[in-house]
Design a protein around this ligand. Structure first.
Ligand code: 6R9
Length: 601
């Protein structure tokens, strides 16, 4: 705690928080109890889509708005829980008609989990079809993967290959721009379904009309008899080396996503909730789709990109109660000034939370200035499948802290000592964040990398790869990553993936990519490039290489800056030392790399 700790807010009339007393909330919590509270039974079957949609219809919430989609001209498309159910059933039927179905014969030996079913991916923005396809796929027992629509063809190809994706749902524009050119290299991709933007144009060759298939499909579909350990979701995340990591989550993840939507986001039935995350990343699915629906909330989905005026309008006009956003967006709002925020009133707004990158203390305090309440930081990862550490609505908020472990989660700061781990007992000492396995949304594998998966666990703990300290009261304070992965504007970027793409340019001999501090995005991608002999460094060449990277990777992942270097620093074995480049960039003494992480945040 610090002098600046923001004392817990008074409860709004008529609402009682899900977690009122932290210690009591923790000690009274079990995951079995959470599963029972969600499903109301102890049935061995568990299906995410059933819990998110059908269960609400069963409980009489069918006429309630599940989601409201808002477009550029503020046209709203409202979808009730019953309508969502019908759309999901139709899409599950479409998959059946295409021969993409959950194969119950694939159930592993004994009571072991089924082998993952075929993968259905989306390459879509925030559109109603994403809900239909995501939940329809889960209902049919197949595996759902939402791909980031700003990716260029190169990262898409890698992910479609790695995920053995059989069906892809996308728009005509995205297909022509990003998929058509790589389609031939993807023999496993059997069907591409197009969500049409214009009904008059001819569909690209080799694709099917999404809506037409939906119309021909039945309105009813019985949820596949999936069980807790069956794979449901595939998310891609970035590592320091090698290909992206395919993280699988099981149907049991819904238990943790539901429990944390209540305990952390404090989401009550019927409340209006806005998650600003892109569906191409884990937050956009766990808390932009599944968790809030299991709470019978109404989701606001703004189809447009960030714009301060527009965001304030969404908050005010749509009467948002709970808002889950990210530090980069908050910093951009701060830049636009608190007076812009205060130009409107937000009588419905009662809880604000943040995730994805370090949330600086100033941003938390700015929340009070602009909205009369702090942003509540939350920490988790694709691999954890749900929020693990958080500031709770009914608890004090020390600005700059990520909060405390969620009920049901044992989180510690540890240090490696040989092959063992040592829990750091003394407060405020820096170590790695470690979580005790056993929570339902913990990832079940890294696709096709059992070794990488095993290596994530040491001595009975899952190691998150983040450095932090824990204070006397149990609050965690983020220090930095323990690896070279870059987090820019909330997007996790693998330096390796960017380096590999840069090296496909004929002028590039070697590339090293690091994150450099950026006041808004947290980190920006910077590349150091060594040229092949025969090429001269020039402004024109720099622009060409940048263009090449943007075209293949997409603007979000591509470097913002390229510096030419005569020789990149290497270890004796020839590995490029990104850490040394970071030290130079930060003006740190090169010998003193131990303090690097702290400076990076
Ligand atoms: C949900 C999500 C995970 C990594 C994580 C950490 C960083 C997430 C944070 C945070 C500081 C927070 N991160 N939340 N850093 N404060 N509150 O973002 O998942 O894309 O897998 O990223 O993001 O480094 O390890 P993912």
């Amino acid at each position: 705690m610090t002098e600046r700790t923001i004392r817990k807010a008074a409860m709004p009339a008529g609402i009682s928080h899900y977690l009122t007393d932290y210690d009591a909330g923790r000690s009274g919590f079990t995951w079995e109890g959470a599963r029972r509270a969600l499903t109301g039974d102890t049935d061995a079957r568990l299906n995410i889509a059933f819990e998110a949609v059908d269960r609400n219809v069963e409980r009489g919430h069918g006429a309630r708005l599940a989601a409201r989609f808002i477009d550029r001209s503020w046209k709203r498309v409202d979808v009730t829980y019953t309508e969502l159910q019908t759309r999901c059933n139709r899409f599950a039927g479409v998959l059946r008609s295409l021969g993409i179905e959950h194969d119950t014969n694939a159930v592993g030996p004994g009571s072991g989990p089924a082998r993952p079913g075929p993968c259905v991916a989306t390459l879509l923005g925030r559109v109603p079809e994403l809900f239909t396809v995501g939940l329809g796929t889960l209902k049919s027992g197949n595996v759902f993967c939402s791909l980031f629509s700003a990716f260029g063809p190169e990262p898409l190809k890698t992910r479609l290959e790695l995920g053995h994706v059989r069906v892809l749902v996308t728009t005509e524009t995205l297909y022509r721009r990003k998929v058509a050119g790589i389609r031939e290299m993807l023999p496993e991709l059997r069907h591409v379904l197009i969500v049409r933007e214009d009904v008059h144009t001819q569909l690209p060759a080799g694709t099917l009309d999404f809506e037409q298939l939906m119309r021909l499909s039945s309105e009813t579909y019985e949820a596949a008899p999936t069980r807790d350990a069956d794979v449901a979701l595939l998310h891609f995340t970035s590592g320091t080396t090698g290909r992206p990591k395919g993280v699988t989550l099981t149907h049991a993840a819904v238990v943790a996503q539901h429990a944390t939507s209540q305990l952390v986001l404090d989401l009550h039935p019927g409340e209006v909730y806005w998650c600003t995350a892109d569906p191409g990343w884990v937050t956009g699915i766990a808390y932009g789709l599944i968790g809030p629906l299991t709470c019978a909330a109404t989701m606001i989905v703004d189809r447009e990109e960030f714009d301060p005026q527009r965001w304030y309008q969404v908050l005010a006009q749509e009467c948002v109660n709970i808002w889950y956003t990210a530090p980069t967006a908050i910093r951009m709002l701060m830049k636009a000034g608190a007076s812009l925020a205060r130009a409107r009133r937000y009588p419905c707004l009662r809880h604000m939370a943040s995730v994805g990158e370090p949330l600086n203390a100033e941003a938390v305090i700015w929340g009070v200035e602009a909205f009369g309440m702090p942003f509540h930081d939350t920490w988790w990862q694709t691999e954890t499948g749900a929020i693990m550490i958080a500031n709770f609505a009914a608890c004090d908020v020390p600005p700059g802290s990520m909060g405390r472990a969620v009920p049901g989660i044992e989180a510690q700061v540890v240090r490696r000592a040989g092959g063992r781990l040592e829990v750091i007992a003394s407060p405020d000492e820096v170590g790695e964040i470690a979580l005790r396995p056993g929570w339902p949304s913990m990832f079940s594998s890294y696709l096709e990398s059992p070794e990488r998966y095993r290596e994530s666990f040491v001595d009975g703990w899952y190691l998150a790869g983040d450095l932090a300290r824990r204070d006397r009261e149990g609050y965690f304070w983020f220090i930095g990553r323990s690896d070279d992965v870059i987090k820019s504007a909330g997007h996790l970027i693998s330096p390796f993936e960017v380096e590999s793409t840069l090296m496909t340019h004929p002028a590039v001999a070697q590339a090293a990519v690091i994150g450099v501090p950026d006041p808004i995005a947290g980190q920006a991608v910077k590349a150091f490039v060594e040229l092949r002999s025969g090429f001269e460094a020039s402004e024109e060449l720099r622009r060409k290489i940048l263009g090449h990277a943007r075209r293949l990777l997409g603007a979000v992942v591509a470097p913002r800056e390229i510096a030419f270097s005569d020789s990149l620093p290497r270890t004796r074995s020839g590995k490029i030392m990104r850490r040394l480049l970071r030290a130079r960039e930060l003006g740190l003494p090169e010998g003193d790399l131990s303090t690097l992480e702290g400076r990076e945040t």
